[in-house]
Write a protein that binds this ligand. Structure first.
Ligand code: GCU
Length: 672
């Protein structure tokens, strides 16, 4: 329940660790400085609680740890320019040669807070400060969680209980959990939170709710976290009593300007709006035959005087548009490149459909050089087994961030689009759809805390690698015992691919059960909307399986840069993991291993099952290495996962075999 802030005793604390934690001096006064002091006290009480009291009480005359803003230090060793490059949120940690002190410095108190958390994480996992010191600045400016939380405390796609925002008790009651939440986020560098669901309720923009939002913003501010809200496009009608929400209507524009002014009176550092428009029944500029730019710019103009931003979502598609859903956002936004105001950033999901266990990257990345684009990852596991299935998402995030868009030649990775370096954008952001709820452990599955942690770390630095994150998270959260960390790190790292194997191997997608998306549903057909049905996506028939997105099909491939079109357009060169996303192939088609497509599909499903079963066995050998409570919780969830991997395999293979009419290959178990 303490997440990655366990501060369990270090086995044999070194002199450095002990004195650093015991003899510190902090210069400055602010609420943030108070938070730093409390954190150090809490950490010391845990990390070095086991050491001999005589050592513990040994106070040095000099302070072993010095935490202060650069302007309050008298330091010649580090040149001023190096510090000014740290900006507002960066920090430096180094050992001061002369005084032998550990120094944490920054340009702001928030930088000091981030530096302190980093130092404490290093102490817990046993990392030492390198000779040259540590200089860290976030590569992305706005690192926000998107809560899909409704005002009635239900959470859309939330699997860890109810919303932690208790609107009923706010603003008069400030729950300790809000502080705990802010502290956890600050410890991994998250600096923004969008409190409300993208399927927005305009009521949150009324004074009764703004007072509550203000109360939360006041709690979060000293932790460096800004509050944002989702803006329902039709709010001027619903709460403003205007006859229209047309973005080019002067009264509508004036309404939003007044609304922004009112919000900033409550919350002077309000971050801005996230908007879902013209998608899945949400109102938007289309209702008035206006463009996404017209809509976004109207809101941007209202926020501009106060420094707020608009995160306008690219998740725009409709069942009335005849095109392949994959193509719709690109078609809508690409012609608008360069037409957005400076404080607008387009929020793009990692893939073109919807947070599948694996998706090829969204073709908009890199394709709109004149517009800042931000990444939207989903931390909550809508399509990856909700709360009970272990899926460590770092490999998914890493895979997407490392993809080369080829838009400015080879080396145009998505991470460079997101951090603004590819096309020289100053406004940069990343959003993660939160997996946080009222469950005692915050995220349902204990291991899903790792996905929240990963998100924060990768939003700070999108070039990090999954293995390091997993190792650090395990050590912070459980133990440094390498007999636990090594095997479980491997289990985590392989878990997302395991889910792909038993759910949607070889580029299959969106074959989950209808609407809740838990469990298999490849048979889902007809229904309310074709583009929400599995048969639309897998296109299985006696002739084969897969969605033809090449020239002979929807040609979604043309939305990618030339080298990708070439590579993925050819069944021989496309990575097999994307095969059926782009190609419709006969069941007998041979894959690289010389076996048929049908056999390979079956083998992947079986592999996923075998891995899920092996995880249960592996976990059982961990008994006693961590506390029983968490051991037992994870154990029961892993068992559910193993059972449901079989359910997935059986359901999908039984369903597809009616078309393939082929027997299961050796080694693949028949459905029970
Ligand atoms: C998915 C999800 C919805 C969500 C939507 C969005 O379609 O199922 O619940 O509202 O994404 O991102 O807007």
């Amino acid at each position: 329940y303490k997440l990655w802030l366990q501060y369990y005793p270090i086995e044999n604390p070194s002199y450095w660790q002990t004195s650093t934690l015991k003899n510190y001096q902090i210069i400055g006064t602010s609420e943030t400085i108070d938070i730093i002091k409390t954190e150090l006290e809490t950490a010391a009480a845990g990390l070095i609680s086991k050491i001999n009291p005589s050592v513990k009480n040994q106070k040095n005359t000099s302070n072993a740890l010095l935490i202060a803003k650069y302007q309050d230090l008298n330091l010649n060793e580090i040149p001023k320019e190096q510090i000014s490059q740290l900006g507002n949120e960066g920090y430096a940690i180094f050992l001061h040669n002369k005084s032998k002190q550990t120094v944490v410095t920054a340009n702001s108190d928030i930088g000091l807070l981030y530096g302190t958390f980093r130092l404490l994480q290093m102490i817990q996992v046993g990392k030492i400060i390198p000779k040259e010191g540590i200089f860290q600045t976030p590569k992305i400016n706005h690192r926000v969680l998107n809560h899909w939380d409704n005002l009635d405390r239900t959470v859309e796609r939330g699997y860890a209980g109810f919303s932690i925002w208790n609107w009923h008790r706010l603003p008069r009651h400030i729950d300790q959990q809000y502080h705990d939440y802010a502290r956890a986020n600050a410890s991994i560098g998250i600096n923004g939170t969008v409190l409300t669901n993208v399927n927005a309720n305009s009521l949150v923009l009324t004074p009764a709710y703004l007072e509550k939002v203000k109360a939360l913003a006041d709690v979060f501010r000293p932790y460096g976290i800004k509050v944002y809200l989702t803006a329902r496009f039709s709010s001027p009608i619903e709460i403003g009593k205007l006859p229209t929400a047309d973005p080019l209507d002067e009264d509508v524009q004036a309404w939003w300007k007044d609304k922004a002014k009112e919000i900033y009176e409550y919350i002077p550092d309000f971050g801005g709006f996230v908007v879902k428009a013209d998608s899945e029944g949400q109102p938007g500029p289309h209702n008035y035959k206006r463009t996404q730019a017209d809509g976004a710019n109207m809101l941007a103009e209202a926020l501009e005087p106060y420094g707020g931003i608009v995160m306008w979502r690219a998740f725009v598609y409709s069942e009335h548009t005849p095109d392949d859903r994959h193509k719709q956002a690109y078609n809508e936004f690409k012609p608008l490149d360069g037409k957005f105001k400076e404080n607008v950033i387009i929020q793009v999901k990692n893939g073109a459909i919807d947070f599948q266990p694996r998706e090829p990257f969204h073709p908009m990345f890199g394709a709109m050089p004149a517009t800042p684009l931000m990444m939207e990852f989903q931390i909550t596991q809508e399509y990856l087994g909700h709360d009970t299935h272990l899926a460590f998402l770092a490999p998914l995030f890493e895979e997407v961030l490392k993809e080369d868009t080829f838009r400015e030649g080879a080396g145009s990775q998505i991470a460079k689009v997101i951090d603004g370096t590819l096309h020289n954008h100053k406004l940069t952001a990343m959003a993660g759809v939160a997996n946080i709820g009222s469950d005692r452990n915050w995220t349902g599955h204990h291991f899903h805390q790792a996905n929240w942690y990963t998100y924060g770390k990768m939003a700070w630095d999108p070039y990090l690698n999954s293995a390091e994150i997993a190792e650090e998270w395990l050590k912070l959260t459980f133990t440094s015992d390498k007999n636990f960390v090594e095997p479980i790190q491997n289990m985590m790292l392989a878990s997302r691919e395991m889910v792909v194997n038993y759910m949607t191997p070889l580029g299959l997608h969106h074959i989950m059960a209808e609407s809740h998306h838990y469990g298999p549903g490849p048979w889902v057909t007809g229904g309310r909307r074709a583009d929400w049905t599995a048969t639309y996506y897998h296109q299985a028939s006696e002739t084969g399986i897969g969605f033809d997105r090449t020239k002979t099909g929807s040609n979604a491939l043309e939305q990618y840069a030339e080298p990708i079109q070439k590579l993925w357009g050819d069944v021989e060169t496309i990575p097999e993991e994307h095969l059926l996303w782009f190609h419709h192939l006969p069941w007998s088609h041979k894959l690289q291993n010389g076996k048929s497509l049908w056999d390979n599909i079956a083998i992947h499903y079986q592999k996923g099952v075998d891995e899920a079963k092996a995880n249960v066995k592996l976990w059982e050998t961990m008994q006693g290495k961590i506390d029983h409570e968490r051991f037992a919780h994870v154990h029961s969830f892993l068992k559910i996962q193993a059972e449901e991997a079989i359910w997935w395999k059986d359901a999908c293979l039984a369903y597809f075999s009616q078309f393939s009419k082929l027997p299961l290959p050796d080694g693949v178990e028949n459905p029970a």
